[in-house]
Every structure is written in C-alpha cells, then in structure tokens.
Design a protein around this ligand. Structure first.
Ligand code: MLT
Length: 316
C-alpha cells in the first residue's frame, strides 16, 4: 500500500502511518507530490493541494483522500466520487484554534493593537489616537453555529458579549445552552457590533456579505472572516469601509491565496490580515493530523468510513 503525504502532517500522524505493516509512506510537498500519484492508494492534503479531475486521473489506484482540516473546497468532490475515491475530513479538530484566532482579531480591532504596536515601535507615543472600546456589552453576530461558531460563542461569553447567531441547521437547544439567541439574517445584521463568519461555501453563502448585506448592518460594525474568502464580496467591503459603515475587518482567508499584490482590501488601514492561519496551532495540527490518519487507517484496514464527505462504491 502506498501512502502519499502531500502537505505537512503532524509527526505523530506520520509515525502512525509508518507503523502500519506493509505501508510505504512517501512524504512529499505540494510542488512535487504529483510524481508519486501513479501508484498511490491514499493521499493526505491540507489546503494548498488542489485535487481536481486532472490530479485524480493521474492516480488510478487512489482509494481515499484525507483532508487534515475541515474545508474540502480544495477537493473536487464530484470528480472524486466519479473516480470512486472517498474523501474524509476532520470536523471540529481545529475549532478551538480558529475560535481563538477570531477572538484575537476582535480584541485587536477593539484596541487597534497591531496599529498601536507599529506606531510605538516607530518611536511615536500616540496615546490619544488609540482610544479603544470594550467587547463587554457589545453584540456579536455569529454566522454558522457549527463546531467553530460554538467555540467562538463560549469564549465571547467570557467577554460578557450578547451573542446572536444565524444557523438554519443547528439544534435550538445547543444555541440555548450556549446562551445564544437564534435570529434571522436581517436581525443579525441589524443588531451586531461584530459579525464573524463560520459557514462553508454554498450557493446561498457565496458573497453573502455584499452591498445589500452591508447596507443592513449597524454603522461601525466590525467583520471577522476566518472561514473562506468567497463569503465576502471584497469590493463591497472596501466600499463599506470607505463609507464608514464598517469600522474594521479582519481577514484570514482570501478567494485567491495568497492575495494578489495591490489587493485594495489590504490597502485599507482598518483591515487586519493573516495568511490563513486560523487553524494553524501546534495543538490543532496534532489533533487533525492524528485524527485523519486514524480515519484513513480504519478505512483502508477495515472498510469503516468516518467523517466521509462523499460516498463511493466499495471495491476499488
Ligand atoms: C480548515 O478548513 O480546516 C481551515 O481553514 C484550516 C485549513 O485550511 O487547514
């Protein structure tokens, strides 16, 4: 059995793979992995490798793709299904990491920590300029109350925020237990001082934060996106920032990663940006790395599919 690891995977996960009798484990990288696809039975990726029909055509023996993380938008699921390749992910494994990054962004925006750091390091002492505001008493709107949204809610409660959420699929008891009021999208836009996105990309969510959505928000709202770049119409966000509707935005994810040089969004002073590192903590990578390996081992050894995001016919 040949196992191809195309992106960094936690050492404990790699050890577990190597411990499987008769498994040949090839550790590669996004630039070179394709040359090993020909006889690979399993492929491990994070988000850099884009698995499309061309990639799958080069891997006739492939039975399973393990995504160490949540989003599977880098894998063409219909093409994988057509090729009879099972795709698995690790929902929840990096939820705390992403939630902490979200809260970090909110605190940074409330207190202008990155801008104040830059100013102070440059020799200035701009105490008046950096008057901040508190999270306490503000309303946080969470779009998507799944694993990550729930972890965000738990932490925001610690900051004494009022929390509203929009999620048509969540069990209302989960929301109630977290002290979160479920509201409509328009109510969320109208009430929130901070809005954070924790949904996947679908027809409904693609570019959901657009001119019409920003128009419904409070003046001075702050936005956090640690989910996917496609959820925001960037040109609309720039307009909303320039008009003063949006007081700040924190962006970890981009439609094109890395974003092109001269991206107008990054030129805005009140925009904070990080390079898709929401889930990048040692702890989270250990969890998702070990978990995805355990799932793939379980599938290849015993045919048990855990956290599969597509369905395939048995027998490849
Ligand atoms: C995820 O989908 O798990 C996060 O965006 C982090 C990552 O891409 O690895």
């Amino acid at each position: 059995m040949k196992i191809l690891v195309a992106e960094p995977l936690a050492a404990a996960g790699v050890e577990l793979l190597k411990a499987q009798p008769g498994w040949d484990v090839v550790i590669s990288n996004p630039k070179e992995y394709a040359q090993h696809l020909g006889d690979a039975d399993a492929l491990f990726v994070r988000s850099a490798v884009k698995v499309n029909a061309d990639v799958l055509a080069k891997a006739p023996k492939l039975r399973v793709i393990g995504r160490a993380g949540v989003g599977v938008d880098n894998v063409d699921l219909p093409a994988a299904t057509a090729a009879n390749v099972l795709v698995m992910n690790t929902p929840g494994g990096n939820a705390v990491a992403v939630a902490e990054h979200t809260l970090g962004f909110m605190l940074c925006m409330a207190r202008s920590i990155p801008q104040a750091t830059e100013s102070t390091k440059s020799g200035k002492w701009e105490k008046k300029k950096f008057m901040g505001s508190e999270l306490r008493g503000k309303t946080l709107g969470i779009l998507g109350l799944g694993y990550i949204g729930q972890e965000v809610a738990k932490r925001a409660r610690g900051f004494e925020m009022k929390i509203v959420a929009r999620d048509p699929f969540v069990n209302p008891k989960i929301a109630a237990d977290l002290g979160v009021s479920l509201v409509t999208l328009d109510e969320l836009y109208a009430q929130s001082d901070y809005i954070t996105l924790h949904v996947g990309i679908t027809k409904e969510t693609n570019k959901m934060l657009n001119d019409a959505a920003f128009a419904k928000m409070k003046t001075g709202v702050r936005i956090v996106n640690c989910a996917r770049g496609e959820l925001i119409d960037d040109a609309a966000l720039v307009r909303a920032i320039q008009s003063g509707k949006v007081a700040g935005a924190s962006i970890d994810v981009f439609e094109t990663e890395p974003p092109p040089a001269g991206d107008p969004l990054l030129a805005q002073e009140t925009v904070l940006a990080t390079p898709h590192i929401g889930g990048s903590t040692g702890e989270a990578q250990e969890i998702v790395g070990v978990r995805i390996v355990e799932q793939v081992v379980e599938y290849l050894q015993r045919g048990v599919a855990v956290n599969a995001v597509n369905a395939v016919a048995a027998g490849k």
